[in-house]
Design a protein. Structure first.
Length: 412
């Protein structure tokens, strides 16, 4: 197995008589997005501050590339810190600096770039964050909380660091922008390849971008592993924790959670097997999501997910139970519908979906962008398991809505 990039061993931290971290163990692997979840005041932010050296443990060790941090030379510690970046919970923007100056600050402090190169890089990041050029001369107090969050994210990414620490990066954002920020983190992590350690309470949204998840409870890590391992955990403490923290509905889409839909699917498959009855499921996929993020923005990408979710509820109503299966997939279970009725409703959805403004090429005049929504039906059979059923739905997918790039000089 790959050696850990960062490892905490039996780390304990007390403030007076209050123990915040209690013999805590955590492993972070290079190139992963590792997300720490837990209740408010549970020690998540204190944990991050230990890793970056703002706090020292009372007991235990912090290892960087298998070397104790406290035994590293000052030069080695400085070199490690220069490879890192941090997005603070409260953004930590400098009130006396403009938006442009806040984003440019790490470049001016850590590099010897010329001013014209700094300007070019900052403006490119401004565009990627979907901030208007009008904000660059404004001060943090003159822009909204959502804009401040995006400015803080731009500053964290501007030096293309090897490790980024995100402390509640979506706090205070509406569901649309919250998912857009998570999408940005995922996109840039894949593009740049940095290691991310993210503290969040956005369950289940954050699971879609995480390679590994760790749960901190009462100062200890009670679980660490892949999101799918967390969802399937039979540990009653972990199970109760997740059930207590997870939202009853997906904030962005208003759909059910993935776990609820998978539980329903398993229950209905058992019932169908007993009664020798079949029912359909549909898997929807928004193709080319990376290009949507890149060319028209992360918020637009989430609006497409939101639009599809709204129409699913309108066309299938109470007959269908749906959840986001991944960042660009929605799974629908139709336990009381036959395959022909599902096909009819799906065809009507396709017509309606293609009419939506967000699926018109003219809505993207500045981008030559093509993308599709695909849908695949599959039907339960005797002895079929959930993985095979979902796999069959994916293999049966066909395009139900499409946006084709319109080049300059052409007309829709």
């Amino acid at each position: 197995m790959t050696a850990p990039l960062i490892e905490l061993k039996n780390v304990t931290k007390r403030f007076g008589n209050h123990t915040v971290l209690d013999r805590l163990n955590l492993t972070v692997f290079e190139g992963d997005i590792t997300t720490i979840i837990g209740k408010s005041g549970g020690g998540k932010s204190v944990l991050l501050k230990h890793i970056i050296g703002l706090l020292r443990p009372d007991e235990g060790d912090i290892l960087i590339n298998n070397k104790r941090f406290k035994e590293m030379t000052r030069k080695e510690q400085t070199q490690f810190k220069r490879q890192t970046s941090y997005m603070f919970q409260n953004n930590a923007l400098f009130d006396s600096l403009t938006v442009f100056e806040n984003i440019a600050l790490p470049l001016r402090e850590k590099t010897r770039m010329r001013e014209d190169a700094i300007k070019s890089k900052v403006m490119a990041k401004i565009d990627q964050m979907e901030l208007s050029h009008e904000v660059i001369h404004k001060y943090p107090s003159q822009i909204s909380g959502g804009m401040q969050k995006r400015v803080a994210l731009a500053r964290a990414l501007i030096t293309e660091p090897k490790i980024i620490f995100f402390d509640e990066p979506t706090t205070g954002l509406d569901p649309l922008r919250k998912n857009a920020v998570l999408g940005m983190i995922s996109h840039y992590q894949k593009k740049i390849g940095f290691t991310a350690l993210l503290v969040s309470h956005d369950i289940p949204d954050v699971f879609f971008i995480s390679n590994r998840v760790a749960i901190i409870d009462n100062g200890r890590i009670i679980f660490q592993g892949k999101p799918i391992e967390l969802e399937q955990s039979e540990n009653p403490v972990v199970h109760d924790f997740i059930r207590g923290q997870i939202n009853l509905k997906d904030d962005l889409t208003g759909l059910n959670t993935k776990q609820e839909v998978m539980d329903l699917l398993n229950q209905e498959m058992d019932r169908a097997n007993r009664l020798q009855a079949n029912f359909p499921v549909i898997m929807f996929t928004i193709d080319n999501m990376t290009q949507i993020n890149k060319h028209v923005g992360y918020i637009t990408a989430q609006r497409i997910v939101q639009c599809l979710s709204t129409l699913l509820k309108e066309h299938f109503g109470a007959a269908g139970t749906s959840a986001r299966f991944s960042q660009n997939e929605i799974l629908m279970v139709l336990p009381h519908t036959d395959i022909k009725e599902a096909e009819k409703d799906l065809n009507e959805l396709a017509v309606d979906l293609q009419k939506q403004e967000i699926f018109q090429a003219k809505s993207y005049p500045k981008a030559c962008l093509s993308f599709s929504v695909s849908a695949g039906l599959s039907e339960t059979k005797q002895g079929t398991d959930t993985d095979s059923l979902i796999g069959q739905a994916l293999s049966n997918q066909k395009i139900i809505a499409h946006v084709e790039c319109i080049k300059q000089g052409e007309t829709a």
